[in-house]
Write a protein that binds this ligand. Structure first.
Ligand code: 6PG
Length: 497
């Protein structure tokens, strides 16, 4: 029967959840997975939904050929597969089974954006290869993720109604009248092939850094103020009511107030302190280095995960490298917490500024014309980094699309002005007490470097010229004129090169 609206290949956690979400919204889905267990699980969960009116139907099939037989034309096939060569292998199977140039294949995984670009080029005349990066984890995919789409524009016209139906919707409570439409779906077409997965990669870089900042605040509170986990959770819960409102803050508050069902201890105290990673944060850090668009706090969060993984060395070092520390307990706890709150807010802002700056550099390089207001808008709900202040970020780019750096926006520069002192106090207390704050302190250094009209790179250029004749520009001459000083001669003279 060729009547399904869309196929889902890969019925793991994300594929199954997206399929169930589509059924909920009235679309008929055919599913395929090489694992029988995954197919059976999806069928069983779909049965409960398809009994109700207005819902789509689900059928699962046992071969790629049967997937194609079950679809309407043009055939729309979504892939929910791990990043890597498996994507090509399944697309090749689809082509061998008869997929044609009108048909659409959508990669919904966490693929590397350059792979999405080359796949789109590779399959251009054979099928319409489209990308949609999905954020929101299992729950998001099931009830409303953020969807970052890119590639063939005609393919977008086909998938747009489905994607907008399943995407998270923004609850507009409290928004300035007329600023944004009501109930906007967090799904958007962001640009040519690669753009959607690129934006998702930067989303994940921000996610890594935001998580790291929250972890540092928790570490600081437990080690300098001796707060137990549930008390830190309560602090986070109250911060989540204000400018720090975000999904990551909300889940951190919940996690910290949870007890281990086995021992009854605070749950976090029984979790081993070694962070894993699948690589998207690393990709963002590498891309930042390649672009020369500084995202040090994002890179630092990747390093922090790597350092956490060196558990055995850390245990050894904790004995050998005992250091003198001094924590100034003169301050009231409420003041220390207020400072930490501001440090977290400012650092978070810096992380987003780094992410948007990186996207701006790549958008120019790739001629994507990314719309940053739109990106911030679709990140307001459904995705892992959803946060109250994305509304302000979206508004900042809506009013100033060419903002050179998010921190220069009037609203944010005022916020920083009011909160910088608490940030500095926090970083200095963490340094004095020996509690690491790689993210929060790196964000402060980025901020201070950004606001330094003159950096010590003058000395650096002179050093480069000294040992390598790498030349320098002069402050009193046009920048493109290059000079070299005859460092090895007794009387040093300058030569124009
Ligand atoms: C999301 C998440 C999701 C996942 C990442 C990060 O937006 O839904 O970012 O894509 O959590 O794979 O995972 P790691 O922390 O393992 O790298």
């Amino acid at each position: 029967m060729s009547n399904s609206d869309i196929a889902m290949i890969g019925l793991g956690v994300m594929g199954k959840s997206l399929a169930l979400n589509l059924i909920d919204q009235g679309f008929d889905v055919v599913g395929f997975d090489i694992s029988d267990a995954h197919r059976i699980r999806a069928e069983n969960e779909a049965k409960n939904i398809t009994k109700s009116e207005g819902k789509g139907a689900f059928s699962s099939v046992d071969s790629i050929a049967n997937v194609l037989l079950s679809l309407k034309s043009p055939r729309v096939v979504a892939l929910s597969l791990p990043a890597g060569h498996i994507i090509e292998s399944v697309v090749d199977d689809l082509l061998n089974a008869g997929l044609n140039s009108d048909d659409i294949v959508i990669d919904t995984g966490n693929s590397l954006w350059t792979d999405s670009e080359s796949r789109e080029a590779k399959y251009r005349d054979k099928l319409r290869f489209f990308s949609t990066a999905v954020s929101g984890g299992e729950v998001g995919a099931r009830i409303g993720p953020a969807l970052m789409a890119s590639g063939d524009k005609q393919a977008w016209q086909y998938v747009q109604p489905m994607w907008e139906a399943i995407a998270a919707k923004v609850d507009d409570k409290g928004l300035p009248v007329g600023q944004f439409e009501q109930g906007e779906p967090c799904a958007a077409y962001l640009g040519p092939a690669g753009a959607g997965h690129y934006v998702k990669m930067v989303h994940n870089g921000i996610e890594y850094a935001d998580m790291q900042l929250i972890c540092e605040a928790y570490h600081f509170m437990t080690h300098t103020l001796d707060l137990p986990a549930d008390a830190v959770g309560k602090v986070f819960e109250s911060w989540n009511q204000g400018v720090l409102n975000s999904y990551l803050m909300e889940i951190s508050a919940d996690i910290l107030q949870t007890s281990d069902p086995v021992t009854g201890q605070p749950f976090v105290d029984v979790v081993l302190d070694q962070a894993g990673q699948k690589g998207t944060g690393l990709w963002t850090a590498i891309n930042s280095l390649q672009q020369g668009a500084p995202a040090p706090t994002i890179a630092q969060s990747v390093f922090a995960r790597a350092q956490s993984a060196q558990k055995a060395t850390r245990i050894q070092a904790s004995e050998i490298l005992k250091a003198q520390t001094k924590f100034n307990k003169k301050e009231e706890v409420s003041q220390i917490l207020a400072n930490l709150h501001d440090a977290l807010y400012c650092s978070k802002l810096v992380v987003y500024a780094q992410g948007f700056d990186l996207m701006a550099a790549t958008s120019i390089q790739e001629k994507w014309q990314l719309d940053f207001s739109k990106i911030a808008k679709i990140w307001r709900s459904g995705c892992i980094i959803r946060a109250g202040f994305l509304q302000d970020i979206s508004f900042a780019y809506q009013t100033e699309p060419d903002l050179p750096n998010l921190l220069l926006n009037r609203h944010f520069s005022h916020q920083l002005k009011a909160r910088t002192l608490g940030w500095r106090e926090t970083v200095s207390s963490s340094a004095m007490s020996g509690v690491p704050m790689p993210g929060i302190s790196s964000a402060l250094s980025y901020f201070d470097s950004l606001r330094c009209a003159v950096l010590p790179a003058n000395l650096l250029q002179a050093q480069r010229d000294y040992f390598g004749s790498h030349t320098y520009s002069r402050v009193d001459k046009p920048e493109e004129q290059k000079f070299h000083l005859s460092w090895s001669e007794n009387i040093r003279t300058e030569h124009k090169v």
